[in-house]
Design a protein around this ligand. Structure first.
Ligand code: ATP
Ligand code: MG
Length: 577
């Protein structure tokens, strides 16, 4: 597992070109494709996009952009059983949200069904494809293994006319599913299993969400993809490493179907994150079983989930660029992703004060009816965000955790007799703790020093702690949802000890706080607005309101990486194997 790399210094030299960019630059320099660069992002519309897809999107669109080229969005919709319009619409929205635009270049592999069929007939005429009537089991048995060559089907030498006739009748719906397949006629002894007469078409008597009942035979991915690329004039077809062994087939198809354009397939490593699953099948399972609230649950690694959680598209793009592309699979620490999220929000999110676990604090020497408007800085990282006024009065709410009866060493918050600074306001000293009969704190009674407005003492006495607060009479109520990692294990996919990924779900990944108090300005924040709650982290307004009608805030990420610290402590104690 790779540890987070330190971020590049601002103003540092741009990263050296990675192997993909180097390869494309060489092709451009050599005048291949007339110097044109054209990429595509080819999702299968069978689920929502996730952080792994973001890597592919960012790569394809930014490479095209860097070389003054363009990138297509193409739905790889050749499998009629799993695909839905709902996903197609969501994918388009999510790619746009991420900041990319395909203009009018939206394509569907299913639009090429007729062309793909004609080209397959061409392969049959060249004796490079044949209809095989072995059963699926027999085909599997004939395939051989990594160490043994495969065996040729007894149908392999069918004549061209018979093949054309059967293929046409397959299309016409004369045969049930599985009765025949169309296979490429390549080499059953090839050391590469993908080249052992791969299936090009199979019968699936299923409606397709775009072509309806027009087709009952559907082309396979390995046949469809290179042809779709060539038809669209794609110059560089970037895909993930598991397709490396399929490249000879990609090239074989293009060599024999007589299309002019010859795209180059280049493979890169998938993005994998610790504590995260990105398999669409597994994500779907979480949704279907109600283990999360939906595809947009803020704990999901989907782009929808990340958006609802408050992650910005910029942060995702930065992260993907920062991780870069590699030729070998590796897993990136999710802390590195959180670092990018935090860094972006730190620059842009306005600050605000919110109290998650309210404790009443009365300033006994502050006049009952007085209200002051205290000026607070919106973003110390960005003076252009200006200031705002926050009401201050005699009764405040402070964070329950900011008081201890019996403080440990280096406690710079409240305790009996201790003085602290209220952010932007005054120094206050704790004089008395009022408790109920059960010993729970009802309120703290404190005094404020009227000469310390703004937070500094004229006598120069040093007060280390600064606490956030809201005025009780002015604060609004809110629900706040705190999220933690959805999985407890670094690699939830590891199928060891007979457990599957669900065994590693974090039962405490969501904590709902229903009695929070927020400064008045936050009460009118719009859905999706992001803030730094001082001292607490980054939060974003959820689309839904709470049952009581209060705004709901999702915690995007804490201010510092508290998890890394905990983990380090654990690692120090028991060296992991
Ligand atoms: P799954 O295995 O979950 O079904 P997939 O790879 O089949 O995912 P597609 O919709 O086919 O999903 O993916 C569209 C594009 O995104 C493909 O080019 C694929 O290689 C790329 N992609 C998918 N997951 C990742 C990932 N984790 N990292 C980088 N690229 C990815
Ligand atoms: Mg796929």
């Amino acid at each position: 597992m790779s540890r987070p790399e330190p971020p590049p210094e601002p103003g540092a030299e741009p990263r050296a070109a990675d192997f993909i960019r180097a390869r494309i630059a060489a092709d451009v320099a050599a005048g291949k494709h007339g110097g044109r660069v054209h990429t595509r992002f080819p999702p299968e519309p069978n689920g929502y996009l996730h952080i792994g897809h973001a890597k592919s999107i960012v790569l394809n669109f930014s490479v095209a952009d860097e070389f003054a080229g363009v990138c297509n969005l193409r739905f790889d919709d050749t499998n009629p059983t799993k695909e839905e319009v709902e996903y197609e619409e969501a994918i388009q929205e999510d790619v746009r949200w991420l900041g990319y635009d395909w203009d009018a270049r939206l394509f569907f592999a299913s639009d090429y069904f007729e062309k793909l069929y004609e080209l397959a007939q061409g392969l049959i005429r060249k004796r490079l494809a044949y209809v095989d009537s072995l059963s699926a089991d027999e085909i599997r048995e004939h395939r051989g293994t990594l160490t043994e060559p495969g065996r040729e089907s007894r149908y392999r030498d069918r004549g061209v006319e018979e093949n054309l006739d059967l293929f046409e009748r397959m299309r016409a719906g004369e045969f049930p599913d599985g009765a025949h397949v169309l296979r490429a006629r390549i080499d059953m002894a090839s050391p590469n299993l993908n080249m052992r007469d791969p299936t090009l078409y199979r019968i699936r008597r299923t409606r397709h969400h775009r072509t309806g009942a027009d087709w009952v035979i559907y082309p396979m991915y390995d046949y469809t993809h290179p042809i779709s690329d060539a038809l669209e004039g794609i110059t560089h077809s970037l895909c993930t490493l598991e397709f490396e062994d399929h490249r000879p087939l990609y090239d074989w198809v293009l060599e024999h179907v007589d299309l002019e354009c010859r795209p180059q397939q280049i493979e890169f490593a998938r993005l994998r994150l610790t504590y995260t699953v990105t398999s669409k099948r597994k994500l779907l399972h979480l949704v279907r079983e109600g283990l999360v609230s939906g595809w947009d649950d803020p704990r999901m690694p989907t782009l929808r989930g990340l958006k609802r959680r408050g992650v910005t598209p910029q942060a995702i793009r930065e992260f993907c660029e920062r991780v870069g592309v590699a030729k070998r699979d590796s897993t990136v620490d999710v802390a590195q992703f959180e670092f990018s999220v935090r860094e972006d929000l730190n620059r842009h999110a306005p600050r605000a004060m919110a109290v998650l676990h309210p404790m009443r604090v009365v300033l006994t020497n502050y006049p009952e009816d007085r209200v002051e408007q205290i000026e607070a800085v919106n973003n110390p990282e960005d003076p252009s965000q200006g200031t705002r006024l926050v009401p201050f009065s005699r009764v405040l709410y402070l964070e329950r955790d900011d008081y201890r009866d019996d403080p440990p060493p280096k406690w710079f918050r409240l305790a009996p007799g201790r003085e602290v600074r209220l952010r932007y306001a005054y120094l206050i000293t704790c004089r008395e703790v009022v408790r109920d009969e059960r010993g729970e704190i009802v309120e703290l009674r404190c005094t404020y020093d009227p000469d310390t407005r703004g937070g500094n003492a004229p006598d120069g006495r040093r007060v280390r702690g600064t606490l956030h607060w809201v005025s009780a009479a002015h604060a609004e109520r809110a629900e706040v949802r705190l999220y933690d990692r959805l999985f407890l294990r670094e690699n939830p996919d590891a199928a060891d000890e007979g457990q599957d990924f669900l065994a590693h779900l974090n039962p405490q990944s969501l904590e709902v706080l229903r009695d929070c108090r927020i400064e008045p300005a936050l009460g009118i924040a719009a859905v999706g607005e992001r803030f730094q709650f001082e001292r607490l982290g980054y939060f974003c307004v959820d689309p839904a309101r709470s049952a009581e009608g209060w705004p709901v805030f999702n915690r995007t990420v804490t201010l510092r990486d508290s998890w890394a610290k905990i983990e380090r402590a654990v690692t120090d104690r028991s060296a992991r194997t």
